[in-house]
Design a binder for this molecule. Sequence first.
Ligand code: ADP
Ligand code: 5GP
Length: 202
Amino acid sequence: MNKGGVFIVSGPSGSGKDTVLAELFRNKPDLLFSISSITRAMRPGEREGDKYNFISREKFEDMIKNDELLEHNIFVGNYYGTPRKPVEKAVNEGKDIIIEVDVNGAAQIRQKLPEAVSIFIMPPSFAELKRRLVGRGTESEELIEKRLDSALGEIKRAAEYDYIIVNDSITAAADDIMSVILSSSFKTDRQKNIIDEVLSKC
Ligand code: ADP
Ligand code: 5GP
């Protein structure tokens, strides 16, 4: 069996990652999503275990100590991390998995898994990013300012990614991610088994 692909998705808060990924998962239900462990408070509408496991700082620090995380970072005062085991399991079972992380988390994953494919979701403009963050209405004005500050630094690092997808239209951006997933499934490093399989029967 060929190994599954790891797809890192980043982009500034408010660029539309969750919205575009929800559309992608509707079209591709066999795709897996890496559920992050985080210490920030739950937002209205969020559910435990959907996208995040909401845990205490103590529990998070235990996970770091026990080397249970593939990567972790502090974002606007809270810990965010990717549990290692579900990612390893997906790859070994030949399933594709999406890991949504910030730019620091993406850099850590690239070091550990150089074959991972990284995608940056870019807002059409900074003004539109601000409009979306304000329009989402989930953060205070102060937190929105902090997220916009962080967004500047993140956009400056977009060149570290394999692909940049502009989220102008939700459906087009989801289709673009689908194209990246499809084309990367044909990469030679994902097709090693077919070479052995064909040669074994000659
Ligand atoms: P992120 O997950 O990157 O923080 P969200 O998916 O929560 O961003 O999107 C932020 C806000 O922008 C939400 O209110 C969402 O409905 C809106 N949004 C997302 N994509 C688009 C788009 N292509 N056009 C207009 N609004 C969008
Ligand atoms: P939010 O609080 O808006 O859900 O997420 C804030 C930021 O944390 C986003 O940039 C998001 O991509 C990032 N993030 C989500 N999960 C993880 C994770 O497991 N690790 C890291 N490093 N960043 C994450």
